[in-house]
Design a protein around this ligand. Structure first.
Ligand SMILES: C[S@@+](CC[C@H](N)C(=O)[O-])C[C@H]1O[C@@H](n2cnc3c(N)ncnc32)[C@H](O)[C@@H]1O
Length: 427
């Protein structure tokens, strides 16, 4: 299965001068996809097959085989001029005893160094390095070049070049603080390495299968511009919440969403149950609600499609607005059902979001539910609120809720970086 593909390009006078592309998948299909990519990009543009060993806990123990614990990233690149490849290093730390055991040495000034053969260095270069104190002669007289290491008195630091086997990045499942509940979420460190190695600040990164937006967060953090594409509205909702929580980026432009009722209706034509889920996620995103059961679970849960949380008291007490989304015909009994759900769940407010216009009796039924009075502000809020897609799209109406509203999704960590200037990517 293709997990995701990342694509970057640098531009000169609007003509593409260079690109690099990563495709990430697991070993069940990586060999087929390599053949496919060779056909598309040319075998001469293949650069690396990277083994991402994501750690033991992600491995499934199956009696008849070795546990699977790696994925594959295929890297292709092409450039008219110089290829972008920024070497990546890991820092390894040793005690002095460990350093000596690894063959590292100390010069008379106490500086730790390692040596490597002189390789292609000319005699002139060796003389220059000798003057800089960077030549080590072995007992047999052969010349080796010294590379000084960092660290302090008690610890020695060695910068190790990252090769094509990555085993220092655990699966996202291990990163509790990063997890957003989006299935197939990838660790930020993985995407950061990809972008740091193959692009420079200002380059454009395109992730055409961006899920909950890990590549976009990495790009924003590293000052790249970005475009993300995903086919599900759940992904768009999670991604928008993530960019807001991580960088205070609000109003990220989303292209291709319905902007009028007919567009919303078109989501349902010939798409069956899947279309109804997409409509539901889109409608929930429209009012900033969290899908019931988090990002993973499809479908209504006992009459509840989504939820918005808000403060009800001075000591962090929380209340809930339960959301019911309807894409088909609507009637008064559905309003009565929502009232029943509020009573059963002991929830404060019910939001009834509908594509079709509500009837007079439905409006009347809603008013009989009365009001919720906020203990914080003393204000009254209609206990059942009917919101039509038309009014929401026209911007005439929003859910009428107490002001302090919690984030819709598992909140993404704030990323320490100013929001970069994204510029105009679409003409
Ligand atoms: C493996 S996930 C990507 C995960 C992502 N790297 C992250 O960290 O969240 C693949 C994504 O591709 C999306 N997808 C599947 N088919 C698609 C299509 N034809 N066009 C755009 N997106 C698609 C899915 O909705 C899913 O979110």
């Amino acid at each position: 299965m293709i997990s995701s593909r990342f694509w970057g390009e640098t531009e000169t006078s609007c003509s593409t001068a260079a690109y690099w592309g990563y495709l990430h998948c697991d070993p069940t299909a990586s060999h087929y996809l390599k053949v496919l990519l060779d056909a598309i990009f040319g075998p001469e543009n293949f650069r690396n097959e990277i083994m991402w060993h994501y750690g033991g806990r992600g491995a499934k123990a199956v009696a008849s085989q070795f546990p699977r614990n790696h994925d594959v990233l295929l890297l292709y690149s092409k450039a008219d001029g110089e290829q972008v490849h920024n070497r990546q290093y890991l820092t390894r730390r040793y005690t002095p005893d460990e350093a000596r055991a690894r063959g590292l040495r100390q010069d008379p000034d106490g500086r730790w160094f390692k040596t490597a053969p002189r390789g292609d260095y000319t005699d002139d270069s060796v003389s220059r390095l000798e003057k800089e104190g960077r030549i080590h002669r072995t007992r047999t007289g052969s010349v080796r070049v010294k590379y000084f290491l960092g660290g302090s008195a008690g610890s020695v630091e060695e910068a190790v070049l990252v090769g094509d086997t990555w085993n220092d990045i655990p699966d996202a499942m291990h990163l509790g603080h990063e997890l957003l509940g989006y299935p197939t979420q990838k660790p930020l460190a993985l995407l950061e390495r990809v972008l740091a190695a193959s692009s420079n600040p200002g380059d454009v990164v395109l992730d055409p299968f961006c899920g909950c937006g890990t590549a976009l967060v990495a790009a924003q953090k590293l000052d790249r511009r970005w475009i993300g594409i995903d086919v599900t509205y759940l992904s768009i909702a999670v991604m928008r919440a993530r960019l807001k929580d991580s960088f205070a980026l609000v109003d990220v432009p989303v292209v291709g969403q319905p902007t009028e009722v007919e567009g919303a209706r078109a989501m349902l034509v010939g798409t069956g149950l899947e279309g109804q889920y997409q409509f539901q996620w889109w409608a929930l995103d429209l009012i900033g609600a969290q899908p019931q059961g988090g990002a993973q679970k499809k479908g209504a849960d006992r009459g509840i499609d989504g939820v918005i949380s808000f403060s009800t008291g001075p000591r962090g007490e929380m209340g809930r607005a339960l959301v019911s989304v309807k894409s088909g015909s609507v009637n008064s009994s559905q309003i009565r059902d929502l009232k029943g759900v509020l009573d059963r769940e002991k929830a404060e407010i019910g939001l009834f979001v509908t594509l079709e216009e509500p009837s007079g009796p439905m409006q009347l039924e809603a008013t009989t539910a009365g009001v919720y009075t906020s203990a914080l502000s003393g204000r009254d809020y209609p206990r059942i609120q009917i919101l039509t897609i038309r009014e929401l799209l026209e911007g005439n109406i929003r859910p009428n809720l107490p002001v302090l509203v919690l984030p819709a999704f598992q909140q993404a960590e704030r990323v320490a970086k100013k929001a970069a200037e994204q510029g105009e990517l679409f003409g």
